[in-house]
Write a protein that binds this ligand. Structure first.
Ligand code: PLP
Length: 404
């Protein structure tokens, strides 16, 4: 059971008043708010132990290094990776996918090969691959979704051929809140010996992920959607791939030996962590994981499911058009009011102190599929309540009277 009132006390930003009303924050898929323990971890780091890591022998450097590496072990345990060398710290999901796009394509993909993505990807799982087409002449194939917003996984087999080198798909759609059967995707791809990258940005905040159980080959997520700070993210990769991939960026830390003629590279994971990393936020990520673990994913899932079901039913009753049918919605509901631009809805709801997301949600190909300019998206976290949903629906009714 979740004690939501107790949880809300950990997030002072929720006491913000806008237009004399309490803030209702329903933009959690964009970024979650941060609990006090995470903010304190950042403060403690900069007040008590700031130093550059892995290099110096002095006390602060040793302490910062050991806390940074503890955070790596925490992440390993959190997603069930086999070795902590398979955990690479990045700026976020975007950088994690760019890393794989650059290194994987340059290492394993040749002219006329192909990779497969889907129609419901965030731009960060489309554009990095397109950019790499300037380097290697490979093809990007797209797994379609149907009008219910479900991936047509049965079409995957026919998209795969002997030139397919990678499948890269989102675990949960940020635009629709649809959870994909990624287990099935991995099973189909692995039958043909094709590795799979999973974009977990919208998954890990809501349910437990175990990369060994999934048997995915890469898994990417962002700290800031997981109650941790912005600017820290994770790429998990199986050692068998990471070992054979050329580095993404060059610089300090990622080298073993440098001469003007030739450079040899550091071991994993440092080979992929060039330059000074984001030490403070990495340590704060560990605190965020502790925070989630203390609440427990079972409780989080149960509670958020209840919120989502409650909100979806009320939205349907109010006549909203809801996008993405799914047996298991996760985190977000995307909707429109008939003949109303989502920006108008979002702007008016803001007057009622309700923060929702409007627009294409960095998923323009999803909007193209539904032939719409964008949607309104409400997305939930563990500190949201049914009372907030009631207020949101009430406000939406008032918005409707203003607009129609
Ligand atoms: N993938 C998905 C599914 C997302 O929802 C997001 C962010 O909204 C991203 C990737 C990119 O994450 P970030 O901006 O944290 O790198």
């Amino acid at each position: 059971m979740i004690d939501v009132e107790k949880i809300r006390k950990d997030f002072p930003i929720l006491n913000t008043k806008i237009n004399n009303r309490n803030l209702i924050y329903f933009d959690n898929a964009a970024t979650t708010q941060k609990p006090l323990c995470v903010v304190k971890a950042i403060e403690d780091y900069y007040l008590k132990e700031n130093a550059n890591i892995h290099r110096a022998v002095h006390f602060l450097a040793q302490k910062a290094t050991s806390d940074y590496e503890d955070a790596r072990e925490k992440v390993r345990e959190f997603i069930g990776a086999k070795e902590k060398q398979e955990i690479i710290f990045t700026r976020g999901t975007t950088e994690s996918i760019n890393l794989v796009a650059n290194s994987f394509i340059k290492s394993f993909v040749k002219s006329k090969d192909n990779i497969i993505i889907s129609q419901m990807e965030h731009h960060s799982n489309i554009v990095p691959w397109q950019l790499m087409q300037n380097v290697v002449d490979f093809q990007i194939r797209v797994l379609p979704m149907n009008d219910e917003g479900e991936l047509q996984i049965d079409k995957l087999t026919s998209l795969i051929d002997s030139k397919t080198k990678l499948v890269s798909l989102t675990h949960v759609s940020n635009a629709l809140g649809v959870r994909n059967d990624i287990e099935k995707v991995i099973e189909i791809a692995h039958k043909k010996n094709i590795p799979v990258l999973v974009d977990g940005a919208q998954a890990v905040p809501h349910f437990s992920v175990n990369v060994q159980d999934l048997d995915c080959d890469f898994y990417a997520f962002s700290g800031h959607k997981l109650y941790a700070p912005m600017g820290i993210g994770v790429l998990y990769g199986k050692r068998e791939f990471l070992d054979r991939m050329i580095p993404y960026q060059g610089g300090g830390e990622m080298i073993e030996h440098v001469t003007f003629e030739k450079t040899t590279f550091n071991e994993l994971p440092y080979k992929f962590e060039a330059g000074t990393p984001n030490v403070g936020d990495t340590i704060a990520l560990k605190e965020a994981i502790n925070y989630i673990n203390n609440i427990g994913y079972k409780n989080i899932e149960e509670y958020e499911d209840e919120l989502l079901g409650y909100c979806e039913e009320k939205l349907r009753k109010s006549g909203a058009i809801i996008y993405g049918k799914t047996p298991k919605r996760v985190g977000a509901i995307s909707f429109n009011l008939e003949n109303v631009h989502p920006f108008d809805v979002g702007t008016l709801l803001d007057q009622f102190s309700i923060a929702i997301r409007t627009g294409h949600h960095c998923a323009q190909t999803v909007m193209q599929h539904f032939n719409i300019v964008g949607t309104n998206r409400v997305s939930f976290a563990i500190y949201n309540t049914k009372d907030e949903i009631d207020l949101f629906i009430e406000s939406l009714e008032r918005v409707k009277t203003m607009l129609y």
